[in-house]
Design a protein around this ligand. Sequence first.
Ligand SMILES: C[S@@+](CC[C@H](N)C(=O)[O-])C[C@H]1O[C@@H](n2cnc3c(N)ncnc32)[C@H](O)[C@@H]1O
Length: 510
Amino acid sequence: MPTLNWLSRNEDLKSASQTDYCLLEEVPELGAGDKDTGNMLIQGDNLQALKALLPFYAGQVKCIYIDPPYNTGSAFEHYDDNLEHTKWLSMMYPRLEMLRELLAEDGSIWISIDDDEGHYLKVICDEVFGRNNFVNTVIWQKKFSPSNDAKWLSDNHDFILVYAKNKEIWKPNLLPRSEEMDTRYKNPDNDIRGVWTSGDLSVKTYSANTDYPIITPSGRVVNPPSGYCWRVSKEKLQEMIADNRIWFGSDGNNVPRIKRFLTDVKQGLTSMTIWTYQEVGHNQDAKKEVVAFNSESVFTTPKPERLLDRIITLATCEGDLVLDSFLGSGTTAAVAHKMGRRYIGIEMGEQAKTHCVARLQKVIDGEQGGISKTVNWQGGGGFRFFTLGKPVFDSEGHINKTINFAQLAAHIWFSETKTPWNVPCKDVARHVSTALGVHQGTAYALLYNGILHDRSVDGGNVLTSRTLNIIKQDFGDTTYEKLVVYGEWSKLGKRPNIEFKQTPYDVKKK
Ligand SMILES: C[S@@+](CC[C@H](N)C(=O)[O-])C[C@H]1O[C@@H](n2cnc3c(N)ncnc32)[C@H](O)[C@@H]1O
């Protein structure tokens, strides 16, 4: 497959695996509401933040929306949007790779972009997500009037690139039907099947078999228009007339049409790929929304809540996990919150506090801007706030002394299985067993940092017959074919189906 080349490509392809695993440190005073909802705001560079999330959330995220800096050459008040072209690609590539690892098998990623980098982004996304998982490019009409001072053309749309993790599995939801659409359905003949609208009986794909005259109830002879034929055979038409499914007008003299009942149409609409500002809002709507929670320092490039509502409606159901790693003013988190989805938002700028925390606090209090009225938002819920903590390994590759058992356990579990450790981030500190779990027939155990309350030399971090017995007890009735034990050292001779791995040397960096 053809790929895009740029100066630092070879190093950038290694960047995701070479990024340090850092821990996330909670800042309790910046969280709000019910903190056990699983919602997280993280302040920090998303390269490290995404890596920190992998051991817990790999393969779990149903919808990723990102709105990275477009590289327009501007210096906005809250962030810089002027990276050299190569640097922009270097910035995006490793992040896209990690985002892919976080996506659920039936998940999707939606990326806002414009002409500056959009076509380059498409090529690197094809490489990362697979060309066959590309779904569509959505055109979002972001402005409602031309900029007459534009030097060339007045650009009034953004792109949203959509990829599925696996297009064979992913299926977008339908969009709700609007009341306006339903008002097109009437019931002029009081049909007991309810309201209906009528559709053409003629079609352009010509077939001589269905080209025949029809006599209306008033006695008029009607033929299909020239070059057309009827949609159904003579026999089928008779059945449909008998079942009152053909409409000849109230006086029985019109060209026949097929009755289409509201009860027969899909209970929603398949999304099209051009989204107008009337449907999903425009830039000025978004600005008004952000002024409401920080009018002193208005965030310059927010997206409207309705745009995120559309994406989240198509890509998720209630309770699903949504991730935005370029959170800006917090739009994705606010909309996910109001729509009853769980979310993780990452933002490196101070706006993580000044805008995202402030906005979500208002959402919890029941704020009525943006999509609140449409979704009947009444307030409630909560989130935790984190910053990036220490790296798991120090500069010499040793495990950082302050890393606790559960933090190392999550890291080891993920590097061995490439699946998240099934203890939610918030419960990690409460884990009290040497048994990490069983994956595809292999059980993993860890002796580290006094989990057995024995920190003596030769004590709880060393694999001996005594610690092996404790590990076996910790696994209880769970069955497995092989046991892998991580520890400082092993005093146990070779045993069938038991493999010892030494910390830190055997803890893979990836
Ligand atoms: C275009 S704005 C996103 C706006 C957002 N969609 C909204 O509705 O408010 C891009 C954001 O990404 C943030 N950002 C850029 N690089 C980042 C990085 N490496 N890690 C985390 N955030 C980053 C910027 O600080 C900026 O706030």
